[in-house]
Each structure stands twice: as C-alpha cells, then as structure tokens.
Ligand binder design. Structure first.
Ligand SMILES: Cc1cc2nc3c(=O)[nH]c(=O)nc-3n(C[C@H](O)[C@H](O)[C@H](O)COP(=O)(O)O)c2cc1C
Length: 195
C-alpha cells in the first residue's frame, strides 16, 4: 500500500464550546475508525484550531487572502472523506462549524461525508442531521445515507474520550455509516483524478 493509495479521513469536531461532550465523542470516534480501517489515515481536527471567530469568511473573496482563517482549506483539499462531529444546538448545527465550512469551496467537491450527530438526549442529533444535509449537497459533497447518532453522549463516552460501550455496541453505532463512507471514498477517487 503506497501513501498515495491511503485514504485520508478528516474528522472535524464542529463545536468550539468549552467543555463540549462532542470533543470526547470525536476522540473516541477517531480511535474507533482508525482501528477498523487498515487503508486509511484518520486525522482529528477541531474548528477551534482553525477559525478566527472575529471574521466571516466568504470563500468567493479569493483575492482577500487575509480573510482565510488558516490552513483548513489545505486540510480539506488533501482529504478523501470527512466525518463531521456535530452537536445538535436547537435542532441545527453550531455556527462556528458553518463559518469554517464556508471558508472553502471546491475543496469538498465529490468527497463523501458522514454526519455524526451528538446530543444529551436519546435521539443523537437526528434533527441536526436532516438540517445539515442540504448544506453538504450544495458544497458538492456526497453525504452517506447512514449517519452516526450518539445519543446520551455524556454516558456513552468518558470525558477523556473512551467508549463506555462494548466493541460490538460501538460497531452498531458507527459501522454502517463508516463502511458506506469508505466505499464511497474509494469509488469517488477516480472522479477527482487522484492517483
Ligand atoms: C445552545 C445549545 C442548544 C442545544 N440544543 C439541543 C437540541 O436542539 N437538541 C438536543 O437534543 N440537545 C440540545 N442541546 C444539548 C446538547 O445535546 C448537549 O450539550 C450535548 O452534550 C452535545 O453538545 P456539546 O458537545 O456542546 O456538549 C443543546 C445544547 C446547547 C449548548
């Protein structure tokens, strides 16, 4: 397996809220995906690492280099697939995630994405997942049909990012969406002329 054949999976934590349970979910998820994916390199990234919150950043102001938040667009350009870990805030997605996402454009095209919804309640962000898909399609991304729903997140993961579940239970939560994401990541590569 050469490094150019390795799939690069970027897991983006979509909230910058201090103490967010989603941060622990993102860590646990990154480990689980890496452990079950021999031909992938998983990279965990947070919106907080990239976003300068004082700015709005329309991607079409290409001449305004200062407006770009940081290297997020480069991370996105190199990725073969994404998992967006998004807590449900009032049935929607965190504003800081949308700001960061809107700072790039073509970097997302023809790349698959899975939504990992996170909530304190049992539903695991189902309303959020429905809300976010039109945004992903507009960005020319290919959303997986299956999502990951992490309900009662504060019980399901420990604060340091360990699952409080058996490997079989973790597999039930993430397996279908992960396998679909990997299948699409491999299948869509030729459309992007990646060797
Ligand atoms: C501003 C805000 C809005 C929220 N709205 C919802 C909601 O619509 N549905 C829901 O199930 N939980 C909601 N929650 C609770 C989150 O599910 C809970 O905080 C969970 O831990 C995931 O968010 P976190 O990663 O920020 O901790 C909300 C939390 C915040 C801070």
């Amino acid at each position: 397996m050469t490094s150019s054949q390795l799939l690069r999976i970027v897991i983006l934590l979509g909230t910058a809220r201090k103490g967010a349970v989603s941060a622990a979910v993102a860590r646990a998820l990154a480990q689980a995906v890496q452990d079950s994916a021999g031909d992938a390199k998983v990279e965990l990234v947070s919106v907080a690492d990239h976003l300068k919150a004082s700015r709005t950043i329309p991607a079409w102001q290409e001449d305004d280099k200062e407006a770009h938040p940081s290297s997020w667009c480069e991370v996105a350009r190199e990725a073969d697939a994404f998992i967006f870990v998004l807590p449900e805030y009032n049935h929607g997605y965190p504003g800081e995630w949308k700001l960061l996402i809107d700072s790039c454009g073509e970097e997302y095209a023809r790349k698959p994405v899975t939504v990992c919804g996170v909530s304190a309640g049992v539903f695991g962000g189902r309303a959020l997942a429905d809300n976010v898909k039109p945004v992903l399609v507009e960005l020319k991304m290919v959303p997986t049909r299956n999502n990951m729903y992490i309900g009662k997140a504060h019980e399901v993961v420990s604060p340091n990012g360990e699952w409080n579940l058996s490997p079989q239970e973790v597999e039930r939560l993430i397996g279908l969406a992960r396998d679909e994401l990997f299948e699409l990541a491999r299948g869509l590569r030729p459309l992007r002329n990646v060797s």
